[in-house]
Design a protein around this ligand. Structure first.
Ligand code: AMP
Length: 310
């Protein structure tokens, strides 16, 4: 098992990255506390690229003042073990002053309207912070492909948009959500959950599955079935439960058939959890492993005007 090179500074990164110039490079960006979800991204990255770079950076810019930055789990040793086990070539692990040498940047990437809904509504400025650091890390690591989890569907969509709208020379690849045996979506934040919280947390994936089972019948049946599960679990404090178009994030109208995103966010105990399921609505409907297209690069229109909604 080869140990990855670990770079902390920009200079160390530039030097180690230059050595990887003999083939394709893939990057997996993380905030650390690595789990099997992250490992799945690394494995996907390894399949096609000669070299894999993992970044581990807890980005202060994407955390609100009342969020969990200070208590976010830090497990550096085990993170490096997982990177070594998965054959990662280079781990970039900077501190905030390396990424933001002049303090909080005055110039940032704006996520635009798609950054104001769903997660962005509860977490103001979150996606500007995400896109700013993703943009910087893409510049610093210079990958051919970058891998992101479907677990963070809105983040994935916004990164795709940024790459297209701002002409970043990188291919964005999505990886399906990895789940625990009990169907809880893996997350670094799951360690905050007590045993009883965890029981409550299972209502999120259960609600998504129930919704997906009604997909043949159409949007309102999906929403009804998913909502019924959450209503039966009052300890899950639901922020949103939506069935939206995968590119516009607008609620799909009742006539809509095709691919849609069923997404939920809820607070359980002290922890805010998100989960989602790609679904196909209409004949042959049900849960999807992943969307058939990202709709952005292909120009395929899935049947909804992203501006008007219908
Ligand atoms: P994070 O460290 O939580 O910022 O996540 C880093 C990357 O791993 C992001 O692209 C996430 O979407 C992805 N990721 C996190 N959890 C999972 C999961 N359970 N399955 C697949 N990808 C995940």
């Amino acid at each position: 098992m080869n140990q990855p090179v670990v770079a902390h500074s920009r200079e160390e990164l530039a030097k180690a990255r230059a050595v990887l110039d003999d083939g394709e490079v893939a990057v997996v960006m993380t905030m650390g506390a690595l789990h099997e979800g992250h490992a799945a991204l690394i494995r996907e990255a390894r399949r096609r690229a000669r070299h894999v770079v993992v970044t581990i950076f807890l980005n202060p810019l994407q955390f609100g003042p009342r969020e969990d930055l200070s208590r976010y789990p830090r497990t550096v040793d085990s993170d490096l073990e997982i990177c070594a086990r998965e054959g990662v070539d280079l781990v970039f692990m900077p501190t905030p002053d390396v990424i933001y040498p002049d303090g909080d940047p005055g110039v940032r990437v704006s996520a635009g309207p798609l950054g104001d809904v769903l997660e962005g509504q509860s977490r103001r400025g979150h996606f500007d912070g995400v896109l700013t650091v993703v943009g910087k890390l893409l510049h610093l690591t210079r990958p051919d492909r970058a891998y992101y989890g479907q677990k963070d569907a809105q983040q994935l969509l916004l990164i795709r948009r940024m790459v297209r709208d701002l002409d970043f020379p990188v291919e964005v690849v999505a990886v399906p959500t990895v789940r625990e045996g009990d169907d809880l979506a893996m997350s670094s934040r799951n360690i905050y959950l007590t045993d009883s919280d965890r029981e409550v947390a299972l209502s999120l994936s259960r609600s998504l599955r129930a919704g997906a089972l009604a997909a043949i019948e159409g949007p309102s049946a999906v929403r009804r079935a998913a909502r019924a599960v959450l209503v039966a679990e009052p300890l899950a404090l639901v922020d949103y439960l939506v069935l939206v178009h995968p590119q516009s994030l607008l609620d799909v109208p009742e006539w809509y058939r095709g691919e849609a995103l069923l997404a939920v966010a809820a607070r359980v105990g002290t922890t805010r959890l998100i989960d989602n399921l790609p679904v196909r609505l209409g004949p042959g409907g049900g849960p999807l492993e992943s969307f058939s297209t990202n709709g952005i690069d292909s120009g395929i229109d899935l049947g909804i005007d992203p501006v008007a909604g219908a």
